[in-house]
Design a protein around this ligand. Structure first.
Ligand code: SAM
Length: 245
């Protein structure tokens, strides 16, 4: 299917996003490594380091748009096994891959997989110590709704952490990044997943996502305090943090 994502109505965007991740689920982890040259691993490490899940006491984390489990596994590992993570994703194909990986790596009982929409989370209010979302929020049609839900499901004192592609603010790197993403990513998608269109969507969605400062403001407006962000690799990725006080 060929679709232009540029001007899709908010009502139809989710269906298109779901189609993309159903198609790429089995190749998703491989594509991540190839297209980011492994960098996504370092960014995810950085996110979980900043989260600093405590060792030796219970810690309930929710990883939304958690896909194949990368953030969840890191949280459990960093906590020394005392954290429990619920992975919530709208896409059953991604969750299937995640469940399989969790079983293979011995995370059963430490990580649960739940199908659900970031805009309408299937969890009661005030349940989690942390809410994480990595490379997920830009796929959600109504970001404000997702932020409000993040706030709702967190306990008072809970932590919000979002890893997302962001705006490059380093001269020359921005040019190289443009050429790379518009000219090289779609053909790589074609080669590895036989799907250039999905990867064209990926590049477009990154460009349309609000810049660091504007996104920080959206997080504040959702009610979070002490909102801060850190850039990685010149802003190719950024991590935003906030607290529910
Ligand atoms: N967090 C994983 C990672 O960093 O590798 C997966 C990121 S993947 C780029 C984006 C994920 O967002 C997909 O698994 C997709 O199914 C999920 N997603 C898209 N829209 C969603 C929504 N409205 N609610 C929950 N998950 C959603």
């Amino acid at each position: 299917a060929s679709f232009g994502f540029r001007d899709v109505a908010v009502e139809t965007k989710q269906g298109m996003v779901d189609e993309v991740f159903h198609k790429v689920a089995s190749r998703y982890d491989l594509m991540n490594d190839l297209m980011s040259a492994g960098l996504h691993r370092l960014w995810k490490d950085a996110a979980v380091t900043w989260l600093a899940p405590p060792r030796g006491r219970p810690f309930e984390a929710l990883d939304v748009a958690g896909g194949t489990g990368d953030i969840a596994f890191r949280i459990v590992e960093r906590s020394g096994g005392s954290a429990h993570v619920t992975v919530c994703d709208i896409n059953a194909s991604m969750l299937d891959v995640g469940r399989e990986r969790a079983a293979k790596r011995g995370f059963s009982g430490k990580v649960d997989f739940v199908e659900g929409n970031a805009e309408e989370l299937p969890f009661e209010s005030g349940r989690f110590d942390a809410y994480t979302i990595a490379f997920g929020i830009r796929n959600v049609p109504r970001i404000e709704k997702a932020l409000a839900e993040a706030y709702r499901v967190l306990k008072p004192g809970g932590r919000f952490l979002c890893l997302e592609f962001s705006a490059v603010d380093v001269p020359l790197l921005d040019r190289i990044y443009d050429v790379y993403s518009f000219n090289l990513i779609p053909p790589m998608g074609k080669l590895v997943a036989d799907d250039a269109e999905s990867y064209r969507y990926l590049v477009e969605s990154i460009r349309r996502f609000p810049h660091q400062e504007r996104f920080a403001e959206m997080i504040r407006r959702a009610g979070f305090s002490q909102v801060a962000y850190r850039n990685y690799t010149g802003g190719i990725a950024a991590i935003h943090s906030g607290w529910k006080i």
